[in-house]
Design a protein around this ligand. Structure first.
Ligand code: IPM
Ligand code: MN
Length: 361
């Protein structure tokens, strides 16, 4: 029997609640599909930091990287200096494991979940490839004369040819292999801001050069400001999107809203062939922590992505179909904290839907 070792970091705020339901779904699907999950829990996050002053010790980092995959809930807590845990845990894992792709699928499963009028599920089905190791996130920053009227603050936006090329190449491969939608060409859209951030000329040139190797993929280009307008006006135009770290961060929160909100948006932080990390794209939402109202579906969808990555594609698909059926049933009026269902009840509904999908197949 296949066995997968998963490092689990529930983290802060609503993280432990949504991860708890995610793991229940994972156990269920593992037993239905005949593989084993061996989870190891790691306590890192705000509580652990307050007790021990430890963010993510090197020994634990080595232990985590020896797993087959990592599942993360959410990191961030208002009691702690902004960015300390986010950079010490999430960004550290992304950078030190060199997880250079942040893959964020955007898919609308049921019309009532979209806040835009007359947008149907077939209109919203694209994947964003967000570069995940460079840009302003590289942390080359500084303050000079801090706290004085003459203060200077800088943070470098940096791109390397290698970093840009591997993200773009991954996106072309994905665009080539993603199932084609009826009547639409395979398309990759580059989103940048090369008109103002001239360093992004590196993206323009790399996109053209790598694109020449993929004549079967139609190339498109948009500036990030225009893309924010188009994704609301005409989301159906997107198939695969590739963009830089910071624009990808912003564009995917906006995109998440048109698929029903942060309650469903999932992501994979990937280095092909290596241990990779899967997480909901929402944060720790401290306001809702401990109230049992957070929607666990984003984490459940992240688990589906993780299973796909681990080669358990029928289990991955089974979860996706169960979630899609549940959403199409309209039992959940929304995917927010106001759905009228508790975190646990939504976990139960997904497990029930898993059984129904199985019975129907
Ligand atoms: C995300 C988050 C992180 C990011 C934060 C928590 C550092 O917003 O995964 O999108 O900006 O990448
Ligand atoms: Mn974000």
């Amino acid at each position: 029997m296949a066995s997968h070792r998963i490092a689990v970091i529930p983290g802060d705020g609503i993280g432990p609640e949504v991860v708890g339901e995610g793991l229940r779904v994972l156990e269920r699907v593992a037993s239905l599909h005949g593989f084993e999950i061996r989870p190891t829990r790691f306590p890192f996050g705000a509580e652990h930091y307050l007790e021990s002053r430890e963010v993510l010790p090197d020994a634990a980092f080595s232990e985590i990287r020896a797993h087959d995959a990592i599942l993360l809930g959410a990191i961030g807590d208002p009691r702690i200096e902004v960015g300390l845990l986010e950079f010490g845990i999430i960004a550290r894992l992304r950078f030190d494991l060199d997880l250079y792709v942040n893959l964020r699928p955007v898919r609308l499963y049921a019309e009532h979940l979209c806040p835009l009028k007359d947008v149907r599920p077939e209109d919203v089905d694209f994947t964003v490839v967000r570069e995940n190791t460079e840009d302003a996130y590289a942390g080359m920053r500084g303050f000079f004369k801090k706290g004085t009227p003459d203060e200077i603050a800088t943070q470098e936006i940096l791109f390397t040819r290698k970093g840009v090329e591997r993200a773009i190449r991954y996106a072309f491969e994905l665009a080539r292999t993603r199932p084609a939608r009826a009547g639409r060409p395979k398309k990759l859209t580059l989103i940048d801001k090369a008109n103002a951030i001239r360093a992004m000329d590196l993206w323009t040139r790399t996109f053209a050069e790598v694109g020449a190797e993929y004549p079967d993929v139609t190339r498109d280009h948009q500036y990030i400001d225009a893309a924010c307008m188009y994704v609301v006006r005409d989301p159906a135009q997107y198939d695969t999107v590739v963009t830089s770290n910071m624009f990808g961060d912003i564009f995917t929160d906006l995109s998440a809203m048109i698929q029903g909100g942060l309650g469903i948006a999932a992501s994979g932080n990937i280095h092909p062939g290596r241990v990779s990390l899967f997480e909901p794209i929402h944060g720790s939402a401290p306001k809702y922590a401990g109230r049992g109202v957070a929607n666990p579906i984003a984490t459940i969808m992240a688990i589906s992505m993780m299973l796909g990555y681990l080669g358990e594609s029928s289990a991955a698909q089974h979860i996706e179909e169960a979630v899609a059926d549940l959403l199409r049933s309209r039992r959940l009026p929304s995917l927010g904290t106001d759905s009228g269902f508790s975190t646990r009840q939504i976990g139960d509904l997904v497990i029930e839907a898993l059984e129904q999908v199985r019975a129907a197949s």
